[in-house]
Design a protein around this ligand. Sequence first.
Ligand SMILES: *[C@@H]1O[C@H](CO)[C@@H](O)[C@H](O)[C@H]1NC(C)=O
Length: 148
Amino acid sequence: MAKALFLFSLIFLSTRLSCSSPDPPTLAHAELTNYGFPIGLLPSSVQTYALNQTSGEFSVQLGGTCKLTLPPDNYLATYSNRIRGKIEQGRIAELDGIRVWAFFKWWSITGIRSRGDNLVFEVGMASAKFPSKNFDESPECDGQKSAS
Ligand SMILES: *[C@@H]1O[C@H](CO)[C@@H](O)[C@H](O)[C@H]1NC(C)=O
């Protein structure tokens, strides 16, 4: 009996240890990691999401529009209430709903690629590269109030 208990606690301990990395806040975040992206691309306020496994088309519903500051250079970004796009391994295309303020103008991020330790953000024909580790945590929206 004591032996069984010992074994049990050993198993319990090892499961706990293997789960030491933080759990993704929502299923949508977990899905991001399945496709090779860090969870920090989506704010923590995800309410629902839908994914067509065949086409990769997805739709994420936030609880209202979301303003936040993106690392590492503190870019101001806005997320629409609904984010849409097409996801495949290491690539998000036809993205709609995320905008970033830079060079005195709002830019729509149209695609995101995962390249080794970096994320490449596409803005039309242009792109900018940032280390993925800056997106390890899911950001909170500023002021987190549910606008409609
Ligand atoms: C998923 O995508 C496939 C391929 O584009 C399409 O044929 C199918 O109807 C879609 N399913 C849903 C539920 O939208």
